[in-house]
Design a protein around this ligand. Structure first.
Ligand code: CUA
Length: 362
């Protein structure tokens, strides 16, 4: 290993296998780089043509001993590379034991949606301003149990993305119209950054997320939260608050969820829509009339919009709903057809909430 931190900590059970293959290839390359370049320089100096040397040397046909050596040694080295490489590949590809659960990850321009088997859903958005991304900008995308294998089923709604957890050495493409699989087992509880590593457009570098590995007990609490309760509360909370909630005693937790339900019940649909929009929509649609990737929402509702094909439509509920589910159906003049569909990502109720919010932006 190098004395500098070239790779992040090894957070998954197979990280060491991947690193071993990496370092073996790295050091083999380094050794041969030195041998070849030193020989190159020595030979250039030693065997350079001297001014008085006009005769070509004696012809050399071959050297059997040398040729056997330089065939056998590299062959052995290639088998070594293959062995460690294949072992790492096999470990990453096939879980040691049956994964505890499978989480569906859907990538979009530009963010991730995670869905648990019971329907729990977490969505991350785009960091759109131009400041440098800090540690705080990594929102949780999945919660997993430390010490247990977890399977991810990846896909994409628009272009190819790639789900990469450097600490786990887990990386796999999320491809539209296809499912790909990756699994991992976190060694210990912690927070592990996720990056998109397939160039996917303007904000490719700004769809950060985080895998949260929880101690088994806390994960049980997380997984046992009823889906409707989770999606309406925890899914929208900052990480600190989620941790705080997962640390509550059973009784405190009951009280908390009761209070949350009351609080949510007190929100108007427009207020609920605003919470959602801030997460999902405002990276492209401004709320104040300023230009963006998509049309501003200010003064949108009830007004006539001109489409790219010259038609004119009124932005009513049906138009907005259609534009959320099938954005390419009626593209507004002057804008690119780049919006991803939110079909299957949002419930009818959530779509209504967002529309109610748009109505308030006069
Ligand atoms: Cu998504 Cu790059």
């Amino acid at each position: 290993m190098l004395p500098i931190a070239l790779l992040p900590e090894r957070g998954s059970t197979y990280a060491l296998n991947v690193d071993t293959a990496f370092w073996i290839i790295f050091y083999l390359s380094l050794v041969f780089f030195v041998i070849i370049n030193v020989a190159l320089i020595v030979f250039i100096i030693k065997y350079r043509r001297k001014p008085e040397d006009e005769e070509p040397g004696a012809p050399i046909s071959h050297n059997t001993k040398l040729e056997i050596i330089w065939t056998i040694i590299p062959t052995i080295l290639l088998f070594v590379i293959f062995w460690f490489g294949y072992r790492a590949y096999a470990k990453v590809k096939w879980p040691d034991k049956k994964p505890r659960l499978e989480i569906k990850i859907t990538a979009r321009q530009w963010g991730w949606t995670a869905e648990y088997p019971d329907g729990k859903k977490i969505i991350t958005g785009t960091i759109k301003d131009n400041r440098a991304i800090t540690e705080k900008d990594f929102p949780p995308i999945i919660f997993v149990p430390a010490g247990e294998p977890v399977q991810l089923l990846l896909t994409s709604t628009d272009v190819i993305h790639s789900f990469y957890v450097p600490a786990f050495r887990s990386k796999y493409d999320a491809i539209p119209g296809r499912y790909t699989k990756i699994w991992f087992q976190a060694k210990k509880p912690g927070e592990y950054p996720v990056f998109c590593t397939e160039y996917c457009g303007k904000w490719h570098s700004r769809m950060p997320a985080k895998v949260i590995a929880l101690p088994p007990k806390k994960f049980d609490r997380f997984i046992n939260i009823p889906v409707d309760k989770f999606n309406s509360t925890l899914a929208n909370m900052p990480l600190d608050s989620i941790y705080a909630v997962l640390n509550l005693s059973d009784k405190e937790f009951e009280e908390w969820s009761g209070a949350q339900e009351k609080l949510l019940a007190s929100l108007t649909p427009a207020e609920r829509g605003k919470l959602l929009a801030q997460k999902l929509c405002v990276s492209c649609h401004s709320l104040d009339g300023s230009p963006g990737i998509g049309p501003t929402w200010k003064g949108l509702f009830g007004h006539e919009v001109e489409l790219a094909d010259g038609r004119k439509v009124v932005a009513d509920e049906n138009y907005l709903r259609e534009s959320i589910l099938d954005p390419q159906a009626k593209v507004v003049k002057g804008f690119q057809p780049v919006m991803p569909s939110f079909q299957g990502q949002l419930t009818e109720e959530q779509i209504m909430d967002i529309i109610e919010f748009i109505k308030t932006l006069k």
